[in-house]
Design a protein around this ligand. Structure first.
Ligand code: SF4
Ligand code: SF4
Length: 155
């Protein structure tokens, strides 16, 4: 009884609560100011599939369609044509359905030229289903996914 009375008089409960708040002011923060700041994904995270060029900017994809055959979800529709410059097959059509993808990684494992890789990009929420369908130009790693999904170019 007396203890409760003294606690109320000296605002002990309030001070205890404030001490917890004060303690967390000086500890490492686990939350971030999303979407202004974006946390880096884990090493093995599988995000949106991208198509890559070599160090000189030349296409790595030879339109062999092995990824298309390996995909269990029927995500790809690839067509190739012989390039007259280097006499190699190159894709002229590379449609990819993100809305079907299960991020299994079988396509990137099957690719003989390392032309495709599942990126770290996880931000793919949209109300527009057409944005979950990618064409060849949109598949390249330098295509701006921020603009694609969020209509802005900030990272
Ligand atoms: S990650 Fe799997 S489901 Fe997605 S495109 Fe590649 S093979 Fe198909
Ligand atoms: S991405 Fe790789 S597996 Fe798919 S068509 Fe191109 S070279 Fe072949």
């Amino acid at each position: 009884m007396i203890i409760n009375f003294l606690k109320k008089v000296f605002l002990i409960d309030l001070l205890q609560g404030l001490s917890v708040t004060l303690k967390y002011q000086f500890t490492h923060k686990v939350t971030i100011q999303y979407p202004e700041k974006v946390k880096e994904s884990r090493e093995r995270f599988r995000g949106i599939l991208r198509v890559y060029r070599d160090g000189e900017g030349k296409q790595l994809c030879i339109a062999c369609k092995i990824c298309q055959k390996a995909c269990p979800e029927d995500c790809f529709d690839i067509e190739g044509q012989k390039n007259t410059e280097d006499n190699k097959m190159r894709p002229v059509k590379f449609d990819w359905k993100l809305y079907r993808c299960s991020f299994c990684g079988l396509c990137q494992e099957a690719c003989p030229t390392d032309a495709i890789k599942l990126s770290k990009e996880f931000r793919m929420a949209t109300r527009d289903k057409s944005k979950l369908f990618f064409t060849l130009d949109q598949m390249y790693s330098d295509y701006d996914l921020n603009k694609h999904f969020r209509g802005e170019s900030k990272k």
